[in-house]
Design a protein around this ligand. Structure first.
Ligand code: FES
Ligand SMILES: [Fe+2]
Length: 386
């Protein structure tokens, strides 16, 4: 596969971020050919990938936490909207005429149909079933044949709003409309870490793939670089990275992996030679690159052995500009192909094997990112880490 040329000269300056502190640490790890290692191996029981009871408990524990919806600029202008599904909860993210971003349940108050699908910009969201329409704040503003519903209070029939809040350029929401979102508690020290980049990402493109694997099998594939020489040797991800050496830093329930890029010179000179792979509890991975980031959200499916990955390519520059758009038209398909054609076959294979029962998973000391994520998920389930 051909590599897209990444022109970093025109990308906006970031805040200081963690790279200044992190780059020498990652460089030292490369020199010593040894990254941060977990204390020991860790066994994940088969049931954690296959048992419907555990899957149901995870929905209440891990997925009761604030979930990262996307960068706040996923809806840039008043009237912009995007739909997605937070596990099992269809939502439409809308920037209102008042410039406030709301995460609304994408369920019509008539009989539940989704009032929007995909992405768009409009002053009204109109349900395709009987054409009830809502404004950009979710208020119900139109009912064809309104006399049929005259004894109902229209003001109480707006789209249900989920608790949401913006921090460090990203939007988080709860699936439970009656819950109280506490991002101070959820993000802890990760807020300052994300804030330090001064991130203001634009969404260049998004793809969603249905997977035949537990959501944690999918997550694991993006928490270690151990597989890179075997799975990614022919593509830009494998060729651009020094595999199986990572640094690990915990930030409360979340963590950061420092990954050396193949461009890392000796002696060390200025420049971005490190990718940060963030694990944002419970189900989000964000991998930074010199031009932007990849955002991966792993949503559990209807059964423990199915899931959905939503993969977004994030840009530091507005994708409204023609040259930026042209760059992403070349670059995004290459990145998407790596995930779709290289990662998905192996992570599904892992999911299918585990779904057959009989085998547990064992995570190596080198798979410290996978271990870190599992430890937090198990802690919230109240189960010991093995
Ligand atoms: S379900 Fe939306 S208008 Fe009937
Ligand atoms: Fe991979």
């Amino acid at each position: 596969m051909e590599s897209a040329r990444i022109d970093t000269a025109t990308t906006p300056d970031l805040g200081p971020g963690p790279l200044q502190e992190l780059t020498p640490l990652v460089h030292a790890a490369v020199r010593e050919a040894r990254g941060d290692l977990a204390e020991g191996t860790m066994v994940i029981p088969n049931a954690n990938y296959t048992d419907p009871g555990i899957a149901a408990r995870e929905l209440a524990t891990s997925f009761g936490a604030p979930l990262l919806v996307g960068p706040a600029r996923m809806v840039e202008r008043p009237g912009d909207w995007v739909t997605l599904t937070l596990v099992d909860t269809p939502v439409v993210v809308v920037r209102g005429d008042d410039d406030r971003v709301r995460v609304l349940l994408n369920a019509c108050r008539h009989r539940g149909a989704q009032v929007a699908d995909g992405a768009g910009c409009s002053r009204r969201l109109t349900c395709p079933y009987h054409a009830w329409s809502y404004d950009t704040s979710g208020a119900l503003v139109g009912i064809p044949g309104a006399e049929g519903f005259a004894d109902r209070d229209r003001a109480s029939l707006g789209l249900v709003e989920l608790p949401s809040e913006e921090r460090a350029g990203f939007l988080w929401a709860l699936r439970d409309p009656s819950g109280a979102i506490d991002l101070d508690a959820h993000l802890g020290p990760m807020e300052a870490e994300l804030e330090s980049w001064g991130l203001d990402y634009h969404v260049a493109t998004t793809m969603e793939l249905k997977l035949r694997s537990n959501w944690k099998c999918a997550l694991e594939a993006f928490q270690e670089t151990y597989h890179f020489p075997y799975v990614h040797s022919a593509s830009l991800v494998g060729q651009g990275t020094i595999s199986n050496i990572v640094t690990f830093h915990r930030f409360g329930r979340h963590h950061r992996l420092g990954v050396p890029l193949a461009s890392m010179p000796t002696p060390l000179t200025d420049g971005e030679h490190v990718s940060c792979i963030y694990y944002l509890y419970p189900c989000t991975v964000m991998a930074t690159s010199p031009v932007g980031a990849e955002l991966l959200q792993f949503w559990p499916g209807a059964t423990p052995s199915t899931s959905t990955v939503r993969h977004s390519v994030l840009s530091r520059q507005s994708v409204d500009e023609a040259d930026v758009q042209a760059f992403y038209e070349g670059y995004a398909p290459l990145i998407q192909a790596v995930v779709r054609d290289e990662d998905v076959p192996v992570l599904e294979s892992s999911g299918i094997g585990l779904a057959a029962g009989h085998t547990d998973a064992v995570l190596g000391r080198n798979e410290i990112g996978c271990q870190g994520a599992h430890r937090q998920i198990l802690a919230d389930l109240g189960e010991p880490a093995g």
